[in-house]
Structure formats: C-alpha cells, structure tokens
Design a protein around this ligand. Structure first.
Ligand code: PEP
Length: 257
C-alpha cells in the first residue's frame, strides 16, 4: 500500500443476500466500520438489496456498489439496470468486467469500457476487473492478457473526475481458495501501475488497484502489504461480517503503519 491512497475494501456478494439477510449483513458491516477509520469500506449486494443496504450504510460511511450496469440511461432493455437507477438506489461504485460476466455473459473488453464510461457519465465510480485464466498464466501470457484488458479502459479512466479502481483478479484464484502469492500479485499490480503511468502520471497516482481472488484474513496482511496493492475485492469472505472485518483489520493495520 502507498500512504497517498486510502485502501478500499469492497465485498462482492454476487447472487447472495438479496433480501433481509443482506440488510442484516449491511448493518453488521456498518457496525464494524468505526473500527477501521483508515479504510474505505464498500459492499456490493444484488440489485434487489441495493437501496435497503444503502439506507443502512449511509451513516457509517460504508459505500454501496452495484455488481454491473447497462450502459444506457433508460429504454427497452428488459432485465437491465442503468447508472441513473443505481444512483437513485444509493450506489457510488459499480463493478464492471467481473470475470464471471466476461466468461458467462459475454462481456467483451469493448463492452466493459462502454460500461465504465457510462458509469462515470452517470456519476458512479467504476471498479474495472481484469485478470488472466489459469491456462494463460501457465503459458506465461499473464501480463499480455491483462494489458489488453487495461488498455481497453485506460482512456475512459483517464478522463474521470471521480475515484476509479481496477481490480486485478486472477480468474484461477476466484472462489477457489487458491490466492496469488504476494510476489505474483505485486508483479501484475506494478505492471498495471506502469501502464497507467504511461497514459498519465496522475492517473497512476490516483487509481486504486485492488487484489481479488480468495482474499481472506490470513492472507490479507501479505497481499495488502504489497506496494502497489491498494485494497481488495472480496467474494466469499465478504458474505460473513467477521471474515470481511478481518480483511479490513489487515488493511487498517497496514495503513496505520
Ligand atoms: C470475486 O468474485 O470478485 C472474488 C474475488 O471472489 P473470492 O474472494 O471468493 O475469490
């Protein structure tokens, strides 16, 4: 972590806790937040729970993120949710390009860039997910693959006036219990920082680059302690407030020096 950037710890609940249990979890995270004043906390519930969770999180300064959006503002897009709707529901962040959407719902680099641009134009901060598959890592093409994904959004992010984040999430580490080593994560995070710097030193300085992939309380100190890791995007461990809090605690300890 770098003291010039506040760590961001965001829980991606995926298709879990979309009703009353989500409100309870949001309340529990909001209660925890006081203990981590040096950390920005965020939760990403399903669409159905966004407004109710935002209501619980507001006073505790816990941000609410959506897990996706449609780039349009409104119209005939059955089943989709737009940026203005997410703003109305109380979101300030939105995840775009999660590997589950890239792999299972056909989100391409161009579509992810369109979503990131739409998010920004509607006053939402994007968390853009990038990451290589296992075969790509084994073939030694990790940096090539991730650079293509970053290049697709770098101009969009460079034009942003609100906070932006990139989440490096090796696909083979998501939900598998196998995390990247701190050295492997730092190699990719430093490369991403360098590509952002090539586009604009200011963009590199202000973009938070999060690590995601089986992040837990026990591996968080090592991963979050890397120079270019500015926080985490957390799936499984965000479904339990205590487990999520353990990661926030690690970020707090590192940020406090
Ligand atoms: C994720 O889905 O963004 C993620 C990182 O999941 P997990 O923490 O469960 O690996």
């Amino acid at each position: 972590m770098n003291p010039s950037r506040r760590p961001l710890i965001c829980g991606n609940w995926k298709m879990n806790h979309g009703g009353p249990s989500g409100v309870e979890l949001a309340m529990a995270v909001a209660r925890l937040a006081k203990a981590y004043p040096r950390v920005d906390l965020a939760v990403a519930p399903p669409f159905t729970a966004l407004a109710a969770c935002a209501h619980e999180c507001e006073a505790a300064n816990v941000a609410v993120a959506a897990q996706d959006l449609h780039p349009g503002a409104s119209g005939a897009f059955t089943g989709e949710v737009s940026g203005p709707m997410l703003r109305d529901a109380g979101c300030t962040w939105v995840i775009v390009g999660h590997s589950e959407r890239r792999q299972r719902f056909g989100d391409t680099d161009a579509w992810v860039a369109e979503k990131a641009a739409a998010a920004l134009s509607h006053g939402l901060s994007p968390i853009v997910c990038v990451g290589e598959k296992l075969a790509e890592r084994e073939a030694g093409t990790t940096l090539t693959v991730v650079k293509v994904q970053v290049d697709a959004v770098v101009d969009v992010l460079a034009g942003a006036t609100q906070p932006v984040a990139i989440a490096y999430e090796p696909v083979w580490a998501i939900g598998t219990g196998k995390n990247a080593t701190p050295a492997d994560a730092e190699e990719v995070h430093a490369a991403i920082r360098g590509w952002l710097h090539d586009r604009s030193p200011g963009l590199a300085a202000r973009t938070r680059i999060l690590y995601g992939g089986s992040l837990k309380g026990d591996n968080a100190p090592g991963l979050l302690g890397c120079a270019n890791v500015d926080g985490g995007l957390i799936g499984g461990a965000s479904l339990d407030a205590v487990a999520f809090g353990a990661i926030a605690q690690a970020a707090q300890a590192i940020a406090a020096g």
